[in-house]
Design a protein around this ligand. Structure first.
Ligand SMILES: [Zn+2]
Length: 511
């Protein structure tokens, strides 16, 4: 970083005098800097830039602000944005029947558009500049895909987009379900991520990817729902495509005790370890990101490190879905890549990275109660660099440095959370809850200015949501009534999952 100088000639926006988390500086007391933005990139960072009077530069007074790289929400699903606040704590296996019901009633394009905008709005207003949307779009229709893409383009957030898919039915992949539920109820137990028809993955990917490639701020990823829900052929095709296009893959693994138990029961040839199965099948790859990873064994963590794969932790949803606490300290000690996400709106409810970071930092202590390293900076890094690296965009996102994308969040420090400021990193993780997010810049544009979205009138988003809610509420009530009828069997199966012997323990389940 230069001390002073003339502003780069192509500068369009100058953030003046904010405290910025630039790489290599003290994140407890970040230096005051000027950040010059030219178009969609950071053109330079200096202690004090002089502006040539002839330049047309917008200057933002960033004194009394903290400037951080925009958060990367590395695991998110826009398909149940409208279901926020609908459920109390529910075991994961039961929750899937609410969030991704079978025979998913057809949705309107208006609903797709409204919910995508609403989810993105919440993310932007809490300082996220990139989201990884792993969308269940089933049955697939071009007009729905177009509505989603149009919403993202309009609102101006950056998206790493993946369709979620699988080719095995849920009932075949959850322990005890097949034997517990009467045969006639089985058709009610699959979820929308498991298509009835043979998914033409390559066809979908290549046509939709071409569309996505023409859109700014959209990059493509692949989203096999979970390895146990995908045949070997499907996983192989996924990894083959990921390698051919060098794009990331997002999948769910070991979110619940039941998912780990399923691996132990069905994979004796791999010592019951799903990650070992993937390694031996040749599909464990640096492009893979494993959402949740709550029930990984130490041997599997070593395999992730060996193959360069990463994890994305979602502490809010893990607690609400009764899944447990990931082995955060063990993951950190291993050096595996860690990102942070806020997952579904019906299981995490809040798309809020401040909550995710705070839980990450606090649960690290619970995952291993012996004294360990400080966690605030680790949480911040996971919420920014970790997510960017997992998306294979670490060369352009997640850091404040010359040449990187101008994706930045400014936190207003004139707030009780910040008085006195003893540590920027600790107060951001342990005190700030999102109230301070004042400006959000994506691709060099002020997408949120003074806490207001600039790209879309926020009122029109709330109105559009209101308009589609009667239909959504009616369908959700039908789905809820259907799940309620299954409750006695769901409870029995859950009880079996929680009491069956498993050769690995995770807090808070340790006795
Ligand atoms: Zn998820």
């Amino acid at each position: 970083m230069s001390d002073t100088g003339t502003i780069p000639p192509e500068t369009t926006l100058l953030l003046k005098g904010g405290q910025a988390f630039t790489p290599g500086t003290d994140w407890h007391d970040p230096p005051r800097v000027d950040i010059a933005i030219a178009g969609d990139r950071i053109a330079g960072v200096a202690a004090d830039y002089r502006i040539d009077g002839r330049q047309a530069v917008e200057v933002i007074d960033a004194r009394d602000h903290l400037i951080l790289p925009g958060f990367v929400n590395a695991h998110y699903h826009s398909h149940d944005v409208l279901a926020k606040g609908t459920l109390e704590e529910v075991p994961l296996e039961s929750w899937r029947l609410y969030a991704l019901p079978p025979q998913y009633p057809p949705r309107s394009s208006e609903e797709f558009y409204a919910r995508t905008l609403l989810g993105a709005l919440e993310c932007l207003r809490s300082g996220m500049t990139t989201i990884q949307d792993m969308l269940t779009l089933y049955p697939y229709e071009d007009r729905h895909m177009d509505a989603v893409m149009a919403a993202y383009e309009k609102i101006g957030i950056r998206v790493v987009f993946a369709l979620q898919y699988a080719d095995r039915k849920g009932i075949e992949t959850i322990p005890f379900w097949k034997d517990t539920f009467p045969q006639e109820l089985h058709p009610l137990l699959s979820t929308a991520a498991e298509p009835e028809r043979k998914l033409d993955l390559i066809g979908h990917f290549e046509t939709t990817r071409l569309k996505a490639a023409q859109r700014p701020r959209v990059s493509w990823a692949l989203g096999p729902s979970a390895p146990e829900r995908c045949s070997l052929t499907l996983m192989q095709r996924t990894i083959e495509l990921a390698r051919r296009y060098d794009i990331p893959v997002y999948t769910h693994i070991y979110e619940s005790r039941g998912m780990a138990l399923q691996a132990r029961l069905t994979l004796p040839e791999y010592s019951g370890l799903l990650i070992r199965r993937l390694a031996e099948e040749g599909v464990l790859d640096p492009r893979l990101n494993f959402a949740h990873s709550v029930w990984l064994s130490p041997e599997e963590i070593d395999l992730l490190v060996e193959h360069g794969a990463g994890v994305v932790l979602n502490p809010q949803g893990n607690l609400k879905m009764k899944c447990g606490i990931p082995p955060i300290r063990m993951l950190q000690d291993s050096g595996v890549r860690v990102g942070l996400g806020c997952d579904n709106c019906s299981c995490s409810d809040a798309q809020n990275m401040f909550v995710a970071m705070k839980l990450f930092a606090l649960l690290a202590a619970v995952s291993d109660p012996t004294p360990g390293p400080p966690q605030a900076i680790a949480a911040l890094r996971a919420a920014t660099e970790g997510g960017a690296d997992g998306a294979r965009l670490g060369h352009a996102l997640g850091r404040i440095a010359t040449g990187f994308k101008a994706d930045l969040t400014l936190i207003d420090l004139k707030d009780p959370s910040w008085s006195p400021m003893n540590s920027a990193a600790r107060q951001l993780v342990h005190i700030e809850a999102g109230r301070g997010v004042r400006h959000v810049i994506v691709d060099g544009k002020m997408v949120v200015r003074d806490r207001q979205l600039t790209t879309v009138d926020e009122t029109t988003i709330y109105d559009a949501v209101k308009a589609v809610m009667p239909e959504f509420r009616r369908d959700f009530a039908t789905i809820s009534a259907r799940v309620a009828k299954l409750q006695p069997w769901l409870d029995r199966a859950h009880q079996q999952i929680m009491t069956a012997e498993l050769d690995i323990e995770r807090l808070p389940f340790r006795s």
